[in-house]
Design a protein around this ligand. Sequence first.
Ligand SMILES: Cc1ncc(COP(=O)(O)O)c(C=O)c1O
Length: 485
Amino acid sequence: MPETTHILAALESDMELDAALRFTTLTAEYLSATRSGDGPVSTPRSNAELAARFDEPMPLDGRPLSEVIARLRDDVLPDCNRLYHPRYVGHQVSAPLPAAIWTESFTAALNQSVAVAEMSPTGTALEHRVVRWLCELVGYGPTSGGTLTSGGTEATLAGLLAARAAALPDAWTNGVGADPPVVVCGEHAHYAVARAVGEMGIGMRNAVVVPSRDWRMDVDALRATLDRLKVEGRGVMAVVATAGSTATGSFDDLEAIGALCEERGLWLHVDGAHGASALLSERHRHRVRGLARARSIAWDPHKMMLLPLSAGVVLVRDERDLEGAFSQRAPYLFHGGEGERVVDQGVRSLLCSRRADVFKLWVSFQRYGARGLGALYDRLCDVTQAMHDRLAAHRSFEVLHAPECNILCFRWIGDGTMTAETLDVFNRQLRERYNRSGAGWITATNLAGRRVLRVTIMNPRTGPAEVDEIIAGIARMAEEDRVRG
Ligand SMILES: Cc1ncc(COP(=O)(O)O)c(C=O)c1O
């Protein structure tokens, strides 16, 4: 049994403080190194180059922890995207709250599964508590509830499954049939909605898309769509509105859409994955006015609450709706008598085993407070507004919209003599070259058929000075590209 003795000894020594310090030191060094803004934001290496670096056989025997840490330091870290770098302004992934980062190893060590209360006594209690706080922020009453999810995609699927159960109570047993009710969503809805429609067996031909006006769902067009569906005798399973759209960060008019849905007895699901966190901000809360009219809400703390991946939430106005979505009995797991509220969150979730992401969410509320998180939301939006103002004043750029949160689309137009098609190609290449340079990292999207540059400011360390550097860096590179032809 020498191998067993050896491996058990390795487990014991890896539980010592010294081992923990090796990991936390590496992480702290990374956080500290990004503070100065020196060094590259990302990697110039291709996927193939990186795959080649790790192209090695599975290790049959373990090696000293110091060597493993060295590989993380030398082979993994240098080519990561540094989301903590103040010139990383790419996708909607946060520079995570430090206290939440440190909670991750605690969560893993305890390994509580939040599906079942007996497997996570405090984890389940905390999840119910945090869900209640969020429900109260929305303005939901005591019958509301919800659960943590892996993110907005799962939360939207869960919300729409609840809508399906309400519209087609027999669907669990009999399926949705040949002519199911439709799901209505905005033109700029995240693909999570289409994916849920496909996954639920509704079929994309039963998804009805409402056009946008100024990047928001056009409420008049929604009304006309609902009128038409009624005339055609089509049922509506749900209307999906977006609070903080992926492309432009725009907020649908939830008051108007909610009133329309209530008038017609329709289920409103709000994809607030990005923007529901506006509730934390006194200054931005008005953007989600009417949110409580939704029957279900997707909300991602791993976006504008700056938690590390993953932390999503689905909330429902009536907790029983979510249980209806998963109307399955598992008496060997879930406990609760007839008419009694089941404490086990597994009855409300797509997942069985589920990590206690609530720990880092609860720690973040404890450490930074709802006001602190709201102040961070404001800060990200303020810096985005500053970037908008600087770009609007720059003659080589065009901004495509006023920011409603921390997302902004713009493009380089030079002296205005290039055709729209040439500019599409130019902006695509400009972004690739800029990101490869390591000077900063931005993203891109298609808006109204045109290729545009896009930033999401997800790092409280990004300030007006970094915004100036990013704009100057892109402009300089664009000029070089233009001259080179
Ligand atoms: C509006 C919106 N909804 C849903 C999602 C999907 O969320 P997740 O990646 O957490 O599943 C995103 C992600 O960018 C989003 O922007």
